[in-house]
Design a protein around this ligand. Structure first.
Ligand code: KPL
Length: 321
């Protein structure tokens, strides 16, 4: 299948390479420096499928590019511009899968798309949650740093999109990853959000790998963030048991111990982070429920103080200039 991977950074690079290895025809859209590196040296992948792979890469999508499926792996703050480009350039994009962390993802993508005046192909746009740990080592050079899985949201009954979900499941499973179509993606989104809210700001702020969270003082900080995120999730009706969500956190920390969190990678590169889609979103919802979140407020403030933060998540207050 001809697959467009829009945003070939860490996650897009790893999944693009896996799709290529599984004999799909992959077109990577990446930043210019990555495109130059991939065209010159190939996409270099470390990890279980280590190798150098010759994959087509471009930094600007041409008009009318013909693809059968689009995997959107840009970071959440870049979703609006990505959606606008896809809406303008692709006449028949096929099923589109959004693979970002946090809340407000579908809204940010939709806003970018409808801003172009093009009709929004709602049933063909699906969301998934990934725990595949991916690190960008340099332009066109990525590492898959452990085991992860992908969960695709099953569309609501009658909304269409079931065929698209199954197509994505087969496509991604053909790469050797564990992939499932799940009936209750919002619950999975919250489960991952709670874990990201605990891991990402602490690892990013202190410049540590995920595995370091198993030790104090970081362990205590991550646990405080986990508890606050869990309180917000429960107020929203996602009643995860304490031991289940703690087990999730430590399982993901162990499985991705050698990985630098995506927020850590963004901060290290001076790129906008997903803080508004993770901790910022939790703080806004927590405030509506009157939940005190001192640890999350501190963590968000520390990340926000390390500009650039990037475009706001839908519903976020304006950022201070
Ligand atoms: O989702 C991740 C991220 O870094 O954003 C984890 C699973 C924590 C892997 O680093």
């Amino acid at each position: 299948m001809r697959v467009l991977v829009f945003g070939a950074g860490a996650v897009g690079g790893v999944l693009g390479a896996r799709l290529h290895i599984a004999h799909h025809e992959v077109l990577l859209v990446a930043r210019e420096e990555a495109v130059v590196a991939i065209r010159t040296d190939g996409l270099r992948l470390e990890g279980p499928l280590a190798g150098t792979y010759r994959i087509a890469a471009i930094d600007a999508l041409p008009d009318g590019a013909e693809v059968e499926a689009v995997l959107v792996t840009v970071k959440a703050p870049d979703l609006g511009p990505a959606a606008a480009t896809l809406a303008r350039r692709l006449t028949a994009p096929g099923p589109i899968l959004l693979l970002q962390n946090g809340l407000g993802i579908e809204e940010a993508f939709r806003d970018g798309w409808v801003g172009t005046g093009r009709p929004y192909p709602a049933p063909d746009i699906l969301r998934a949650i990934s725990t595949v740990p991916a690190t960008r080592l340099g332009p066109g050079h990525v590492r898959e740093a452990g085991r992860g899985e992908i969960r695709i949201g099953a569309p609501a009954a009658g909304a269409g999109g079931a065929a698209a979900a199954e197509r994505w499941r087969r496509l991604l499973a053909s790469t050797g990853l564990t992939v499932a179509v799940v009936p209750d993606l919002p619950r999975e989104i919250w489960r991952k959000l709670i874990v990201n809210a605990a891991i990402n700001p602490v690892t990013a702020d202190h410049g540590i790998l995920n595995g370091a969270l198993a030790r104090d003082p970081w362990r205590g900080q991550a646990e405080a963030l986990l508890r606050e995120a869990l309180a917000v999730a429960r107020a929203e009706g996602f009643d995860f048991p304490d031991d289940e969500i703690e087990a999730d956190l430590w399982r993901i920390v162990r499985a991705t111990a050698a990985n630098r969190s995506s927020m850590g990678q963004d901060l290290a590169r001076g790129r906008p982070t997903e803080i508004e889609f993770i901790s910022g979103a939790l703080l806004r919802i927590g405030a509506r429920h009157g939940i005190a979140m001192p640890a999350t407020e501190r963590a968000a403030a520390r990340i926000r103080s390390r500009r650039p933060v990037g475009p706001a998540a839908p519903g976020a207050p304006p950022q201070p200039s």
